[in-house]
Structure formats: structure tokens, C-alpha cells
Design a protein around this ligand. Structure first.
Ligand SMILES: [Zn+2]
Length: 304
């Protein structure tokens, strides 16, 4: 398509004498995904689930960045503000997908119970999505089944239900900062929070570069990356700075569907193909390339 578009543009230029079109964008792309809507992680003292969502939505809008939210219908029960999160997300024009109702681990519950929990989540998502496409699935804990039979049973169940799988090809363990932030806020430790801000951005930067390095080692080129984030309090605090960081590193932002149109994601968009979902780590190993260690998470003992 791109080739034909270019030919058409050049033909138009020749006939109209217009200036040549700009060179195709080479910026690597990130598709942002936020898991655990409407309520991820502990709520810090004085926190508000709707304000968390609104801050993330505002940061996305400021950067014209699309994002997909993955919903657990069983989260946020009894929290009136959490009850407004999905509607706010949808009002902003952001799509949602299925992350199971109760955030169940496939390797613990098995395929039938796992698919039943995914089904239980559908009514709420369908109602919130309206005419929007909600047939995207993100495995809780990224657990796709250790046993081949389990993995295949769920993949064929997802296929039958019309889902595409949301892969993860960029991640820095953002959830761990949400936990630490809640603890440090409770201790009113401003210095520790400041250190968390710095380490969050450092980890995001290191892991973005790591994904690019893995892609280049395994494939010889960038792919559109799918970034895993969570709808948590610290993510909300950091969202403007996080998105600005990615921009400063030369990344653009794209939709999940556009990113996964890349052939790297063929088994994610078609669960009839053999799993598991492709990862850059597996691709690097298959190519005989080293897989670097992940950037460190905040210490679990911080602010305890
Ligand atoms: Zn999750």
C-alpha cells in the first residue's frame, strides 16, 4: 500500500508541479496499553480512581497518543469513583478490551475456568464499548499456559470468540512503582517519592532501548512496539513525563491494531496460529542472540 501511495503521490507531483512529498516517517512507533481498568494497584492516601484515569486520559490527549484499556470487570467493586472510570475512558474515544473479569491466572485455573471468566467480563465491556471494537484480549500476568494443551484450548476459545491477542513487546514493570508509591505516600516520604520518579523514567528509558536492541538483534529492524502499562496512581502522576520521554527518544504513538499489523504479531492477531504470542526475548533467543537483563524494579522493602 505504501508503495502505491508513493507512486500516486509522485504522479500527482509530476502532473501538478508540486513539491515532493516528505520522506516517509522513520520514527519507531509505540502502541500504549493500560491494564487493570478501572482500578489497578493500591489506592494511595487521598487518591481517587476517577482522578487517576482522568490524569492519564489528559496526558494521552496532550500527546495525541492512542491507547487501549484492558478491563477487569471485577475490579473497583464498591468504589463509586472507580465505577465512572470506564465511561470516562470511552468518552475520550479510547478503546477497551478484555483482561478477564477477575484477573485470573490461566496456569492456576485451567482453560475452561479461564474462558468462563473471560466470558463473564464481556457484558460490561460490550455495553461500554458501544459500536467500538472490543475484541482484544490481554492475558492476566501474561500467562498463556505452560502446557501446550492449555495454551491451545484457550487460543482456540479466543479465536471462536473473535479476539485478537494484545502482545507485549515493551514493558518496564510499572506496576511495581504503583505499589511503592502507595507505601511511600503513607509514610509521607517525599524524598523516596522523588527517587521513585527518577527511577521510573530511567527504567522506562532503559527498557525502551532494550526493546529496540532486541528487535534489531533478532530481526534487523524496529517493529511497532506494544507497551504494557497499568491504570495506577503513579502511572497517572508520571504519564506526562513518560510520554514526553518517549517523544524525546524519537518514538511516535500508534494504535494497537496498527502496531499489530506488523508480521511479527501474526500469531497474536490470529489465535488459530500456534502460540504462544511472540516476544522479542523469544525472537532473540531463536536467533541465537543474548537477552539482556531487565532494568531493576524499586526494592520491595522501600518505605516498608
Ligand atoms: Zn493485569
Amino acid at each position: 500500500m505504501r508503495g502505491w501511495g508513493l507512486i500516486a503521490a509522485v504522479a500527482a507531483m509530476l502532473t501538478t508541479g508540486a513539491t515532493p512529498p516528505p520522506a516517509p516517517a522513520r520514527a519507531p512507533q509505540i502502541a500504549l496499553t493500560f491494564d487493570d481498568l478501572p482500578a489497578h494497584g493500591p489506592l494511595p492516601v487521598g487518591g481517587d480512581r476517577l482522578v487517576i484515569a482522568q490524569r492519564i486520559i489528559a496526558a494521552l490527549a496532550a500527546q495525541h497518543a492512542p491507547a487501549t484499556g484492558f478491563v477487569n470487570g471485577g475490579f473497583g467493586a464498591g468504589d463509586a469513583q472507580a465505577g465512572k472510570v470506564i465511561a470516562a475512558w470511552r468518552r475520550a474515544g479510547l478503546p477497551i478490551g478484555n483482561h478477564t473479569f477477575g484477573h485470573v491466572n490461566l496456569d492456576q485455573v485451567g482453560a475452561p475456568a479461564f474462558l468462563a471468566d473471560a466470558d463473564r467480563n464481556e457484558a460490561g465491556i460490550k455495553a461500554a464499548a458501544g459500536t467500538g471494537d472490543w475484541h482484544w484480549f490481554r492475558y492476566p500476568f501474561l500467562a498463556e499456559g505452560q502446557a501446550a494443551a492449555t495454551r491451545d484450548a484457550v487460543r482456540s476459545g479466543l479465536k471462536a470468540r473473535g479476539y485478537r491477542i494484545a502482545a507485549v513487546t515493551m514493558s518496564f514493570g510499572d506496576y511495581a512503582w504503583n505499589d511503592a508509591f502507595a507505601r511511600c505516600t503513607a509514610k509521607q516520604d517525599a524524598g523516596a517519592v522523588q527517587a521513585l520518579e527518577a527511577s521510573y523514567l530511567a527504567a522506562a528509558r532503559a527498557q525502551a532501548q532494550r526493546s529496540r536492541d532486541l528487535a534489531k538483534a533478532a530481526l534487523g529492524h524496529d517493529i511497532p512496539y506494544v507497551l504494557l502499562l497499568h491504570l495506577g496512581a503513579f502511572d497517572a502522576r508520571m504519564a506526562p513525563r513518560l510520554l514526553a520521554l518517549y517523544r524525546s527518544m524519537g518514538f511516535g504513538f500508534t494504535t494497537l491494531a496498527a502496531a499489530e499489523a506488523d508480521p511479527f504479531y501474526a500469531a497474536a492477531v490470529d489465535p488459530a496460529k500456534p502460540g504462544p504470542t511472540a516476544t522479542l526475548e523469544a525472537a532473540a533467543r531463536a536467533a541465537g542472540k543474548p537477552v539482556p537483563a531487565d532494568a531493576p524494579l524499586p526494592p520491595a522493602t522501600l518505605c516498608t
